[in-house]
Each structure stands twice: as structure tokens, then as C-alpha cells.
Design a protein around this ligand. Structure first.
Ligand code: AMP
Length: 443
């Protein structure tokens, strides 16, 4: 089934094309026609299945008709990271629509959000706590709401957000279409679905990962030895095509250059690239011209990587979901794949969270003949230490521009990542742990 069969508005089709999507994922194939027909929906799907576009595209299509500058679609998500991710997807896919989407979550200044809400937006992606604050302060007008999405409902339940959700729901116009997405179906979510969905269609897709065909392995190594170890790994492994993930754009760029210097056909994909160069890197990887692609999570979105034989996490991701998502890129369609993760001392909490989710310990491996005892060099400190944690936000400091920004969709501009306070790694019952230094629960 091609995307054309959905009869999306041409401006939405343009977004799909720009994102490089050619074929709908199973959740999209099942859910989009139901949503476009106006049904409430219960979607059982995990991150990595393409569920964001499954609701974002019909929302964008619908909002092309009708009034602007009033909130017509609201997406509620458990964490600020997910809210940003969803907003980014809406901004990308809605690039040509001139619809505006903003994020609303706690831990950042409220005034910029109020300002953007006043200026008029059509889509809001919110975390429950801050949304409730706006509702009780009267700084958000949801009286024109047509579409509500509750994303990762099971995680919202795990995080204790269900009472907040119920409070929010009570104040929303009852005449609306409601879509509820959840990876699992605990009784509480089943109950919530019964309460709030009207005659819903149910769609379910198998979890994309961990695919049984993927072999996981951890390679403990000091930060400053990551690159030499990676080189050894590549030398000794029979790799067809390798997707390497780094945490930052800078690291992706540097590593891509180092791999090229070492004689590999490699490209790096990071947010600073022009659309043309991005396209060229993706095409080159797809065609086999580049054996290795180095990317950040954001930059890797939309890559069709059914051929990837190895995913290597040069840096461990921020969340368990991101790990599952990254490794979901190998071992597709029953091919076998390997997912290697280089881990250093500070990654312990995340490793344990990933293992809890996988339900098994991941094999620790060492590379024979590799000298793990080499001391850190005095120079070249960029790769010799972990990337800097985000700046601590001072209570009275001005909110950095762009946080939760009301970026017009057509500019394609993305709001800056929130500056989080360092916090202790927090495990949720679902095993969803945010990296201790890089994230915190959003209210
Ligand atoms: P999600 O499950 O929404 O987090 O999406 C998982 C990833 O799949 C994201 O990187 C999307 O950009 C990508 N994606 C979503 N739909 C498609 C599609 N039809 N074709 C290729 N990639 C897609």
C-alpha cells in the first residue's frame, strides 16, 4: 500500500516525501484510514513502529481545512523528550502546511509558552503537569479541540500521571476524536480506554524490537579508547553495512571523518547538513556507496535501513526506548543483525535498564589483542571525556530562546533541547530509565 492511497492533502504528501517515507509501516497502514474516517482509536504499538506519523499525518491532513490560530489538536505525552520528538515529527511532516505546533512541558519557563499560545497555534504537544498548570491559569484555550492523542499511555500510568490525565479530560470538549496509543495494556489503561474512547477501532502491531534475530553485545571501554576499539571491531567483524550512533552532531561528524581517514567509505548524517547533503549521505548508504553511516538519533530518523547488518552504539542512547529503536534498525525482516554498544563507566544505570527491558543480561565482550590499558592522551580531549552534561538551569535564569518554541511548521526549525538539571537516574516500573545526567521527568 503506497502513501498515495490515503489521499492526504498535497502539502502533507510533500512532508511525507521530504521525510523519505515510501511505504507506510504496518501501524500506519492500519491506523491512518481509521483515523481519517473519524474513528476513535486504540493503538497498541511501541516506539519504533512509526506510530507518531500514524497519528501526525491524519492530524495535519485534517487541520488543512478549517480555522487557524486555535488549538485543534492536543497530543499528551509522558516525558519532555517524547514531547519534543513528537513535535519534531510534526514539524518535519508538516513542513509545507504552515500549521504551527508547540511543546508545553515543565522545567522550563512558562512565559515563552504563554506568549506562543497567545500568538495562536493549531497543535500542542504537552506533558500532563504543565498542561494542567496552563489550564488552571487560563493560559490555554482548548475549547476548540477536535483531536486528542494520548501517547504512551502505559508509561503515563507508570509515572503516576493518570489522575492528571483524568483531570485534563474532564475539561476538554466531549465532541472530539480521541486516539490512545500504548505499548502494553495494563488493566488501568484498558479501563481508561473504556472510559474515554467511543466505539474505538483497535489496531495492533507486533513490537519491532528486540527482534529475535538481533545479537546484542556490550563492549566496556574507556571513553578515550572508543575510537580505536571501534576500528578494531570493524576490522575483525564481517560487516556489510554499519549504522553507528553518536550522542552529538559533533561526535558524528568527527567520527565520520576519522573513519574516512582510516579508509572506510563513510558518511555522517547530522542536523547541520543541508537537505541535499543529507539526501546524498542517505542515498549513498542505501546504495552501498558508503559502508558506514554515522548519525545522531534525530538525524537517523526516516532512514530506510532494511539492509543494515550492524548497529553500533558508539555512545549509549539516553533512553531504553531509543536503544530498542536503534537496534530495531538491524535484524529486520528476519535478517540477522548485530547490535554492539560501547559502554564506559558512567553508562551503568542505562545498561541495567536496557537489560531489565530485554529480560536478560547482555553479553560483555572484549576484543582480543586490544590494549585497554592505554592512558588517556593529554591532547584531543574532545573524545577523551564524556560529552558535557547539559548546563544546570538556574532558577531565575532566562529560558534559552527556542525552548518549546512556537516554530512555524514551514520553517522546519526545531526547538532547542531543554536544559535539564542533572538528576539521579530514575527507573520506572516499565524499565524506562532516563540517563541520570541528561534527563529528568517532566511535570
Ligand atoms: P516512531 O515509532 O513514531 O518513533 O517512528 C520510528 C521511526 O520510523 C522514526 O524515525 C520515523 O521517522 C520513522 N518512520 C516512520 N514512518 C516511516 C515510514 N513510513 N517509512 C520510513 N520510516 C518511517
Amino acid at each position: 500500500m503506497p502513501f498515495q492511497s490515503f489521499s492526504f492533502h498535497p502539502k502533507v504528501v510533500a512532508g511525507v516525501t521530504a521525510a523519505g517515507y515510501t511505504t507506510p509501516t504496518p501501524i500506519q497502514a492500519q491506523a491512518i484510514p481509521k483515523i481519517m474516517a473519524g474513528h476513535d482509536l486504540m493503538g497498541l504499538a511501541q516506539t519504533g513502529t512509526g506510530k507518531t506519523a500514524a497519528f501526525a499525518l491524519p492530524i495535519l491532513h485534517r487541520l488543512m481545512q478549517g480555522p487557524r490560530k486555535q488549538i485543534r489538536a492536543l497530543v499528551i505525552a509522558p516525558t519532555r523528550e517524547l514531547a519534543e520528538q513528537i513535535n519534531d515529527a510534526i514539524l518535519d511532516l508538516g513542513n509545507q502546511t504552515r500549521l504551527k505546533s508547540i511543546t508545553v512541558y515543565g522545567g522550563v519557563g512558562v512565559n515563552p509558552q504563554i506568549e506562543k499560545l497567545k500568538n495562536g497555534v493549531e497543535i500542542v504537544v504537552a506533558c500532563p503537569g504543565r498542561l494542567l498548570d496552563h489550564m488552571s491559569q487560563g493560559t490555554i484555550d482548548l475549547s476548540n479541540l477536535e483531536l486528542l492523542v494520548l501517547d504512551e499511555a502505559d508509561q503515563m500510568f507508570d509515572m503516576g500521571f493518570l489522575p492528571d490525565i483524568r483531570r485534563i479530560l474532564k475539561q476538554l470538549p466531549p465532541q472530539r476524536q480521541t486516539l490512545l496509543f500504548s505499548a502494553t495494556m495494563p488493566p488501568e489503561i484498558r479501563g481508561l480506554a473504556r472510559e474515554i474512547l467511543r466505539d474505538p477501532a483497535t489496531v495492533q502491531v507486533d513490537t519491532v524490537a528486540p527482534a529475535a534475530t538481533v545479537t546484542h553485545a556490550l563492549y566496556p571501554v574507556a571513553q578515550h579508547l572508543k575510537t580505536p576499539l571501534l576500528m578494531q571491531l570493524l576490522k575483525h567483524t564481517d560487516t556489510e553495512s554499519v549504522l553507528i550512533f553518536t550522542r552529538t552532531k559533533h561526535r558524528a561528524k568527527r567520527l565520520g571523518e576519522q573513519l574516512e581517514k582510516a579508509g572506510y567509505t563513510a558518511a555522517s548524517l547530522q542536523g547541520n547538513l543541508s537537505q541535499n547533503r543529507r539526501q546524498a549521505a542517505m542515498e549513498g548508504f542505501r546504495s552501498g556507496e558508503f559502508q558506514i553511516l554515522v548519525a545522531t538519533d534525530i538525524a537517523a530518523r526516516g532512514i530506510d535501513v532494511s539492509q543494515v547488518s550492524h548497529v553500533i552504539n558508539y555512545d549509549i542512547p539516553d533512553t531504553v526506548e531509543a536503544y530498542i529503536h536503534r537496534i530495531g534498525r538491524t535484524g529486520r525482516a528476519a535478517r540477522s543483525g548485530d547490535a554492539f554498544t560501547l559502554v564506559s563507566d558512567e553508562d551503568g544505570i542505562m545498561v541495567r535498564a536496557i537489560e531489565r527491558t530485554l529480560g536478560a543480561a547482555i553479553e560483555r565482550r572484549t576484543v582480543d589483542g586490544f590494549d585497554y590499558a592505554v592512558a588517556a592522551p593529554r591532547k584531543d580531549e574532545e573524545f577523551a571525556r564524556p560529552p558535557r552534561p547539559p548546563r544546570v538551569q538556574r532558577p531565575k535564569a532566562k529560558t534559552p530562546a527556542g525552548q518549546g518554541a512556537a516554530a512555524p511548521v514551514h520553517t522546519g526549525k526545531k526547538p532547542a533541547a531543554p536544559a535539564n538539571k542533572p538528576s539521579g537516574g530514575k527507573a520506572t516500573p516499565s524499565g524506562s530509565v532516563r540517563h541520570p545526567q541528561r534527563s529528568q521527568r517532566s511535570r
